[in-house]
Design a protein around this ligand. Structure first.
Ligand code: SF4
Length: 202
C-alpha cells in the first residue's frame, strides 16, 4: 500500500536508503519530482523539512543486515550536510558501509571543498553527471546556481582523491547527450562510469 507520510528510510534490495532532504540544487526535467510523482517504488519521498541526525539514526536498524546505507531520496543529500555527516559517522561506528548519491554540487553550494569531511565517513560516492556539455546540462538538469556544470566537472576530478570508490553516471537516451563523451570525461577524471537508461529509477 502506498505510504502517505514522508519516508525517511526505505529499503531496496539489500540496502537501506536514507532520505534526508527534499531540497535540490537541480530541477532535472527527467526527475520524477517534477513529473507529478513523489514516489519511488511505494515510498512517498517528498520532504517538507530537513530531518535531524537523531531522527534518522533512530531508524538505522541493524547495520549487519544491510549491504550498505545510501543517502539518496528526492533531494540532494549534501544540502543537509550536518545530518549527513553525523548519520554517516554513526553508521561507520556501527560497522556499516556508506554511499552518497549526489549531483556533485556540494562544493559549489557550500562554497568550500566538503570532500575532506565526507572522506571520514563515506565509502563510495555516486555522482550524476548527466551531460557532456554545459548547454546540455542546462537543458536537462536546469541548475539553480550559476557555474554548476563547471562545478560538477571539478567535483568529479577531485572526488577520487578523497573517496575510494567514485562512480559517475549519465543517462542513455537524454536528447542531445553524447553518452560516450560522458564516459570519456568520467574515465579521464579517474572515476568509474555508470551508464543508466532513461525511465529506470532505483
Ligand atoms: S538531482 Fe535528483 S532529486 Fe534533484 S532534480 Fe535532479 S533527479 Fe530530481
Amino acid at each position: 500500500m502506498p505510504h502517505t507520510a514522508a519516508t525517511l528510510v526505505y529499503d531496496i534490495r539489500n540496502s537501506r536508503y536514507l532520505n534526508i532532504t527534499g531540497r535540490c540544487t537541480l530541477r532535472c526535467q527527467f526527475c520524477p519530482k517534477h513529473n507529478g510523482s513523489k514516489q519511488v517504488h511505494q515510498y512517498q519521498l517528498d520532504l517538507k523539512r530537513q530531518p535531524s541526525a537523531s531522527e534518522v539514526i533512530a531508524l538505522l536498524g541493524d547495520t549487519a543486515q544491510f549491504d550498505e546505507y545510501v543517502f539518496c531520496g528526492y533531494g540532494e543529500p549534501t544540502l543537509n550536510l550536518a545530518t549527513l555527516l553525523c548519520v554517516a559517522k554513526e553508521i561507520k561506528a556501527r560497522g556499516g558501509k556508506v554511499r552518497v548519491n549526489t549531483d556533485g554540487l556540494g562544493n559549489l553550494f557550500h562554497k568550500r571543498n566538503i570532500l575532506p569531511e565526507l572522506a571520514h565517513c563515506v565509502d563510495s560516492l555516486s555522482i550524476s553527471l548527466n551531460a557532456d556539455t554545459a548547454d546540455n546540462y542546462q537543458m536537462h538538469c536546469r541548475p539553480k546556481l550559476t557555474g554548476s556544470y563547471a562545478a560538477v566537472l571539478e567535483f568529479i576530478t577531485l572526488a577520487p582523491r578523497y573517496i575510494a570508490s567514485v562512480q559517475v553516471s549519465a543517462i542513455n537516451g537524454l536528447s542531445g547527450v553524447n553518452i560516450d563523451a560522458c564516459r570519456q570525461i568520467v574515465e579521464s577524471a579517474g572515476a568509474t562510469f555508470k551508464q543508466r537508461e532513461l525511465n529506470i529509477v532505483g
